[in-house]
Design a protein around this ligand. Structure first.
Ligand code: SF4
Length: 279
């Protein structure tokens, strides 16, 4: 039997998620930043981490945006196959939720990438659907700053580059980003699939809570090796030098063709706004 979900509920959920994400950073991110502080040898690096924590506490207490760039809204919906949306078009309801959430936030979206006129209400948000078993809908909202998005990269490698080539590419991406991605960063790595899906995998990797391990042991090991290597680059918090350049590396991997080893690296910044709800 199908479960009826009015699209008005989706609209309200999107508005609430994006409104709250703007001022409340995820608890797992704040805990990892706090835990990292004592292992930062650079006094400036330590000071930056303290300022980031202070800024976050202030934003939350005053309910004002953590960062002036309130980003582009990205919505990831896991839709149970036994769900029937009622009361209108779900895509339009999501865009209404985005529009309402951004009433008091900076509008950062241009409708035409060449002519570049601001849409004036931060729509459209980018929507991704995944059909899953059951009769629930889970929505994860990402309010993605584009300082870090701009520094993200994708490469269709031949398989001969091996794991060494993957490691080189990920570290090179973080080094090229330097201070521009507003470190400490979270590094989402997509592996396998095809040209379009590998970028999506890298983005999805940013949705994982910090501190969670990849379920496949050799990929969990690769995540740990990459994090250690990135934290030897010396970029440090906000690029001012130090050890804590990244707080986490998350990998999402997919089957791919025998001829290719696609790799995508999507960076998230020190304002990694993410929120989730299940309906
Ligand atoms: S990259 Fe992130 S922290 Fe830097 S300005 Fe943009 S939203 Fe703010």
């Amino acid at each position: 039997m199908l479960r009826q979900i009015p699209v008005a509920r989706i609209r309200t959920a999107v508005e609430t998620l994006l409104t709250e994400a703007a001022y409340r950073l995820p608890a797992d991110y704040l805990a990892s930043l706090e835990a990292a502080a004592p292992s930062e040898p650079s006094p400036i690096g330590q000071q930056v981490i303290e300022l980031l924590l202070e800024n976050s506490a202030y934003a939350q207490a005053e309910q004002i945006a953590t960062c002036q760039d309130t980003g582009m809204a990205m919505l990831f919906l896991e839709v149970g196959q036994d769900v029937h949306f009622t009361g209108g078009a779900v895509n339009a309801a999501i865009q209404d939720g985005v529009r309402a959430a951004y009433t008091g936030l900076r509008k950062s979206v241009v409708g035409d990438p060449i002519r570049r006129a601001n849409t004036g209400d931060n729509t459209p948000g980018l929507i991704h659907y995944e059909i899953v078993p059951g009769d629930r809908v889970a929505i994860t909202a990402l309010q993605k700053g584009f300082g870090a998005e701009l520094m993200s990269r994708l490469q269709m490698f031949p398989p001969s580059v091996g794991v060494e080539g993957v490691i080189r590419f990920v570290i090179e991406t973080v080094e090229l980003a330097g201070p521009n991605a507003c470190p400490p960063v979270i590094v989402g790595v997509g592996l396998g699939g095809s040209f379009n899906t590998v970028a999506h995998q890298a983005k999805k990797a940013l949705l994982r809570p910090i501190g969670s391990l990849h379920p496949v042991p050799h990929l969990a090991e690769l995540e740990a090796d990459l994090l250690a290597a990135i934290n030897r680059t010396g970029i440090g918090p906000q690029g001012l030098g130090g050890r804590i350049t990244a707080l986490a590396v998350h990998i999402e991997a997919q089957a791919t063709h025998i001829a290719a080893l696609p790799v995508a690296v999507n960076l998230n910044c020190s304002a990694p706004r993410r929120a989730r709800v299940e309906i």
